[in-house]
Design a protein around this ligand. Structure first.
Ligand code: F6R
Length: 616
């Protein structure tokens, strides 16, 4: 949470900072602020509560000088209410010549604050971050060297932090430090950038460096120096950003979410590209980073939220095709019990951002216990990728809307690739059968496109149900995690009560919720692929209808039994029953988005949320 951006170079710092913040706003939107250093006026800061637009409007009315160095921040509040004072940057020193922004939580801030108060420092905000600003400013007064002062201070901080700091005395230097929070450098020609992720600067440069754990960056227009907290030189490893800057703009769509839903045929297709040949055979070159894959005797999938639902679907695929036992764990639960795992356990971590702190902590814990880690990640240079033994990138492109859509379908696709590649490696299925599955997977982008072309009725239903107090979702087999995902989308976008249930669980309690007019969305398994499950779900539909439910079914084309029993049916193309998860979720995404739109809500930035959850 919180987005940070920094710029030093000949360009306009205001332009770079504001466009970077716009692209990072998904990380938090409680307040925003910037500091720049002007040769005449010195350090200039402006910060405002509310979304970035409030700051932009403020700057339009009363501009700051346009300079060549600056830092910017968009906040997701942890310590202190989201108001102007708690907004970043925070200033430090007697004459407030130092400006600092922070992403993360400084866990020992209370004792540090007490120490500063004892020295007579006056605090203006309730944040943990202001402590760092004052500490660096005080230390600078003592050691008279900003980099040394910054280094001395970051070594005292505990918790998670990315810090960016500028000082009026240094018109060409941004200092940055990173521990347990993300930081990426963008390398330009005669100019350099810093950002929470590459989206911050992809418009200006595609050459980047991911900053490692416990490292300090001294960034100038024409040089970058990276050292460890202790001062050891680090040789930067550059990478090329594959995202296109235009991919992070709305491109004429009413919202990023609408655009990202529409991007899904490409996201799925790009994730398959180079990994699945036209004859249906799968090759994951990424597996070469994992030496002992054939000896693995079980897989634990670790993720949070939507990514965990992708993991639930991957479990069905891996167990069915590769015959390896799989369990799916919410990262924050896994980390704080005593999981039993060893060197024959493969941990599969799934994360769009690759920066979710819960997932990172779980991965670190698994590694300490000897497990190998394979990750599925959408963001180049992300911490998760750096800390995994191997990474399969989903090529969904930047996902800006807070609620995950295209990253989810790309994660599902990557999960199928992993399952097929493992099956091939372990020979758990015949080659012909495997290639048939591969060929079916190749058809997915086209099927996704067809679903998107026929969603009008789902849009209408979303609008029509905008007054509902509660909507329930049911599914079986892979339809169950899809029901959970449909309910999550609705909760986060439309702020109405929604719950997903395994349809088989209905009679064990949840059916008591059904009353006259209760809307229930049912993800129906394929009648062909799931001979035994299909009639059971049809019976569930009958049972809830008999008690007054209004049923909207997501079902395979020409499923006659569903057409006879449900009130509304949204049809998806017949495909492999496990792969059908990718198609079934799309109408649920559209439904939630339209319902939220009908309520006049901001679908890109739902309340209280941030896209990248970088605190535990
Ligand atoms: C919901 C959503 C979240 C994320 C979760 C994990 O729409 O986006 O539930 O899936 O916070 O995020 P990543 O995938 O970045 O680890």
């Amino acid at each position: 949470m919180c987005g940070i951006v920094g710029y030093v170079g000949p360009g306009s710092s205001l332009d770079v900072l504001l466009s970077g913040l716009k692209r990072l706003e998904y990380r938090g939107y409680d307040s925003a602020g910037i500091s720049v250093i002007d040769q005449e006026k010195g350090l200039q800061t402006r910060k405002r509560a509310g979304k970035l637009k409030v700051l932009v409007d403020d700057l339009a009315l009363s501009p700051l000088p346009d300079t060549h160095i600056g830092i910017g921040h968009t906040r997701w509040a942890t310590h202190g209410a989201p108001n102007d004072i708690n907004a970043h940057p925070h200033l430090g020193g007697e004459h407030l010549k130092l400006s600092l922004i922070h992403n993360g939580i400084i866990e020992n801030f209370s004792e540090l604050k007490k120490e500063l108060i004892d020295f007579g420092v006056k605090f203006s905000s309730e944040t943990d971050s202001e402590v760092a600003a004052h500490l660096v400013a005080r230390e600078y007064e003592t050691v008279n060297d900003l980099t040394q002062a910054f280094r001395n201070v970051v070594r005292r901080l505990q918790g998670a932090f990315t810090l960016l700091c500028i000082h009026e005395d240094y018109e060409d230097l941004i200092l940055a430090a990173r521990r347990n929070s993300p930081l990426v450098i963008g390398l330009g020609v005669g100019e350099n950038f810093l950002g929470s992720d590459v989206a911050a600067f992809v418009e200006f440069t595609k050459k980047a460096v991911a900053v490692g754990q416990d490292q300090i960056v001294e960034l100038r227009a024409d040089s970058v120096r990276i050292t460890s907290f202790e001062g050891a030189e680090i040789i930067p490893e550059t990478f090329e950003v594959s995202w296109d800057a235009s991919a992070a703009s709305k491109g004429g769509w009413p919202s990023f979410m609408a655009k990202e839903i529409a991007d899904q045929p490409q996201a799925v297709g790009d994730t398959l590209m180079g990994r699945l040949s036209s004859d249906g055979s799968v090759k994951l070159s990424e597996f070469s980073g994992l030496s002992s894959l054939t000896e693995m005797n079980r897989i634990i999938i670790i993720a949070c939220g939507t990514a965990a639902y992708a993991g639930e679907v991957a479990k069905y695929a891996i167990e069915k095709w590769a015959k390896i036992p799989v369990s799916v764990e919410l990262a924050h639960e896994f980390r704080y019990r005593d999981p039993v795992l060893d060197s024959q356990t493969l941990v599969l971590a799934i994360s769009q951002s690759g920066e979710t702190m819960d997932t990172l902590m779980a991965v670190r814990h698994a590694k300490e216990l000897g497990a190998k880690v394979l990750s599925i990640c959408n963001t180049q240079g992300a911490t998760l990728a750096r800390e995994s033994d191997a990474t399969i990138y989903t090529h969904a492109g930047p996902e800006v809307a807070v609620a995950s859509t295209k990253a989810f379908t790309a994660q599902l696709t990557a999960g199928f690739l992993v399952a097929l590649a493992l099956a091939s490696m372990r020979k758990s299925m015949g080659a012909v059968e495997l290639r048939e599955l591969g060929l079916e997977l190749l058809k997915l982008p086209r099927h996704v496109k067809e679903v998107l072309e026929s969603v009008e009725r789902m849009r209408f239903l979303g609008k029509r149900l905008s007054g509902a107090k509660s909507i329930l979702f049911l599914g079986r087999n892979v339809g169950y995690p899809i029901a959970l995902e449909g309910a999550l989308k609705l909760k986060e976008l439309a702020y109405i009560h929604a719950e997903g249930f395994a349809a088989g669980e209905l009679k064990h309690g949840p059916i008591a919720l059904i009353e006259q007019g209760q809307a229930v969305i049912v993800v129906v398994p394929s009648p062909k692929g799931n001979h035994s499950l299909h009639p059971k779900v049809i019976s569930n539909i009958q049972e809830i209808k008999a008690r007054g439910a209004v049923v909207i079914a997501i079902a395979e084309k020409e499923d006659r039994l569903v057409a006879e029993s449900a009130d509304e049916v949204f049809e998806i193309a017949p495909t492999n029953p496990i792969m059908s998860a990718v198609l079934a979720v799309i109408p649920l995404q559209i439904f939630a988005m339209e319902l939220a739109n009908a309520k006049g809500l901001d679908v890109d930035q739902p309340r209280n949320l941030a896209k990248s959850v970088t605190v535990e």
